[in-house]
Design a protein around this ligand. Structure first.
Ligand SMILES: [Zn+2]
Ligand SMILES: [Zn+2]
Length: 335
C-alpha cells in the first residue's frame, strides 16, 4: 500500500510544487571540495608554465578544448540529452571519444543530470538549482551531498534510449580506463612526441589547465545563464540569454530560448547567431551524417515571446498579446 501511495504522489507532484527549501542545510563532501581545490592549484601552476612552454602547447590545449567541447554541446547535450537530431554511427563514435577527452563524467550520468535539470529546473530536484546562488549552481553542487529530492527524482528519469545505445553503455562500463587514455594520456603525449614539449608542461597545461578551464566554461551555463541576462521568450523561468557565455561555450548561452524550446537543435532562435555548434550540425547534415533535425517554428516562438517574454525580444518584444492568436497547445509545443 505504501508503494502505491507514493506512486500517486509522484504523479501529482509537478515541478513547481517542489520549489526550493531555503532552510535546507547542505552537507559538504570534503573529499570533493579538497579535490577541486587541489585541481585548481594544479591548473594555476599550468598557467604559470605558459611562460616557459612551446607556443604550440597552449594552442593545442585550446584546440582540444574546442573540439572536445563539441563532444559536450553537440553530443551529450543536443544529440543525447534532448534528441534534437539523429546521428550516424561515425558521429556517435566521434561524440563518445570527444566527450571522454573533455572528462566530465560518463555520458550516461551527464545526460541523466541534464534531463533532470530541465524537468525540475531551479527546484530542489534540479542537481544545480540556481535559486541557491552562483557558487552552488556553478561548482558547489559537486561538493555537496545531493538534496533528497535530487536522489528521488533522479531515479525517475527515463534513460532507456541511452541504455539501448551500445556506445554509451561501453563508455559507461569502462569509463575510468577510457578517461586515463583519452582525457589524460593522449592530451599529454601529443605535445611531448609532436614538438618535444616537456612532460611537466604537457601535464600542467594540456591536462590540468585545459581540464579546469573547460569545466568552468560548462559550469557557467548552469550558473551565469540562469542568473544574468534577458528573458525574451519566458520571464517566468530563471534561464536567460547571455551573449558572453554563448561566445565562450560554443553557442550554448541562449539559455532562455533553450529552456523554452529544449529539443530545438539550434538551441537559439536564429541558429548561427554565434553558435558554432549549430553551424557544425548544419554542416554534418549537409553531408548526411546527421538527420531529422528538430526546430520550433517561428509561430511557436512568436506566441511564446509575446505571451511570456520580458519584452526584450528584438522583433516580438513590443507586440501585445492581443495581436497574436494564442492556443495553449502551440505555446507549450516543444517546451
Ligand atoms: Zn539550464
Ligand atoms: Zn539542455
Amino acid at each position: 500500500m505504501g508503494a502505491l501511495k507514493q506512486t500517486e504522489e509522484e504523479k501529482t507532484l509537478l515541478p513547481q510544487d517542489i520549489g526550493t527549501d531555503y532552510t535546507f542545510k547542505r552537507k559538504i563532501v570534503w573529499f570533493n571540495a579538497i579535490g577541486f581545490f587541489i585541481l585548481h592549484l594544479l591548473a594555476l601552476y599550468g598557467g604559470y608554465r605558459l611562460l616557459h612552454c612551446h607556443i604550440l602547447t597552449p594552442l593545442f590545449a585550446l584546440a582540444l578544448m574546442f573540439v572536445s567541447g563539441e563532444g559536450i554541446t553537440l553530443g551529450a547535450h543536443r544529440l543525447y540529452s534532448h534528441k534534437a537530431f539523429k546521428a550516424s554511427f561515425v558521429v556517435r563514435l566521434a561524440v563518445i571519444i570527444l566527450h571522454t577527452i573533455a572528462g566530465q563524467n560518463c555520458l550516461y550520468i551527464w545526460v541523466r543530470d541534464h534531463r533532470q535539470h530541465h524537468k525540475y529546473s531551479d527546484t530542489d530536484a534540479d542537481p544545480h538549482n540556481s535559486n541557491r546562488g552562483f557558487f552552488f549552481s556553478h561548482i558547489g553542487w559537486l561538493m555537496s551531498r545531493k538534496h533528497p529530492a535530487v536522489i528521488a527524482k533522479g531515479k525517475t528519469i527515463d534513460m532507456s534510449d541511452l541504455e539501448n545505445d551500445s556506445l554509451v553503455m561501453l563508455q559507461k562500463e569502462h569509463y575510468k580506463f577510457l578517461y586515463i587514455i583519452f582525457a589524460i594520456g593522449i592530451p599529454i603525449a601529443i605535445p611531448i612526441y609532436g614538438w618535444n614539449e616537456s612532460f611537466t608542461n604537457s601535464l600542467f597545461i594540456s591536462y590540468f589547465g585545459r581540464y579546469i578551464l573547460q569545466l568552468h566554461a560548462t559550469w557557467l551555463i548552469n550558473s551565469a545563464t540562469h542568473l544574468y541576462g534577458t528573458k525574451p521568450y519566458d520571464k517566468f523561468m530563471n534561464p536567460v540569454e547571455n551573449y558572453f557565455i554563448s561566445m565562450i561555450a560554443l553557442g550554448e548561452g541562449w539559455h532562455n530560448y533553450h529552456h523554452a524550446f529544449p529539443s530545438d537543435y539550434r538551441a537559439a532562435e536564429y541558429g548561427v547567431r554565434y553558435s558554432i555548434t549549430t553551424f557544425l550540425i548544419d554542416a554534418l547534415a549537409f553531408f548526411g551524417l546527421v538527420y531529422d533535425l528538430k526546430e520550433a517554428n517561428s509561430e511557436q516562438v512568436k506566441i511564446r515571446a509575446v505571451k511570456k517574454g520580458d519584452g526584450s525580444h528584438p522583433v516580438f518584444g513590443k507586440q501585445k498579446e492581443m495581436e497574436v492568436n494564442f492556443s495553449d497547445r502551440q505555446v507549450t509545443a516543444n517546451g
